[in-house]
Ligand binder design. Sequence first.
Ligand code: HEC
Ligand code: HEC
Length: 207
Amino acid sequence: MKRWYIAVRLCLASLIVLGFAGALWFARSVAAAEPPDAPKVAAPAASDDGALFTALVPVLRHPRCMNCHSQGDYPRQGDDGHPHTMNVRRGPVGFGVTSEKCNTCHQDHNLAGSHLPPGAPGWRLPPPSMPMIWQGLTDAQLCESIKDPKQNRNRNLDQLVEHLTEDKLVMWGWNPGEGRTPVPILHDEFTAKVKQWQAAGAPCPAK
Ligand code: HEC
Ligand code: HEC
């Protein structure tokens, strides 16, 4: 009687162990079947859509970007965004006025040493005909403005995303030269966030 009982217990126990191993194997093969680089981040609910854009704002509103995207017909300098010294102006196309062209001082790379001109290819302000001024806009307005072909020089969404993630003047914000604070989100991370926003259809905050 007792041996029979033990035999049944053993049998049951091994069935349980087998079943457990089987379940494990099944779970692992299901996990393996998922593409490894499937996006891990679940799409946010529609009501959270604006958050996909506001996640980009700490970069967009950083002085490294705002010093060229602020009100006035002049660039700005420093973390306090003071008007550019030496009365530098935007000029007729954004490259400065005749006597003080940006590229008289700014090269296509940063000059080493503090307070020497930073640089990147095509260093200039947007032209007065399309000044791309973000200062004074709400997040919602900023979002609409950079997407608007009439304000962004006819860029479609793909081109806007490319500009935001690859343009030389934008990239400079991650490597702004001695004594200047770079923008606050790592470039890879920022690119991922921009692409997430794009994938959701580039939604803007409601207000
Ligand atoms: C030295 C000046 C300068 C700096 C610094 C700069 N930009 Fe710009 N930005 C420009 C100019 C000039 C254009 C217009 C270029 C064009 O139309 O091809 C522009 C255009 C843009 C646009 C196009 C759409 C629009 O409506 O404004 C975006 C987006 C943009 N910049 C983002 C940034 C970001 C983000 C940073 C900081 C990481 C930055 N910029 C830093 C000069 C600058
Ligand atoms: C006479 C030389 C000169 C000219 C011309 C000039 N700059 Fe500058 N610029 C400088 C110097 C020097 C600095 C660095 C100042 C510092 O770090 O204290 C600077 C800094 C800047 C910065 C600040 C970067 C930051 O985020 O702090 C921007 C933006 C800028 N210049 C844009 C321009 C644009 C656009 C033009 C043309 C419209 C221009 N500059 C023309 C010399 C010049």
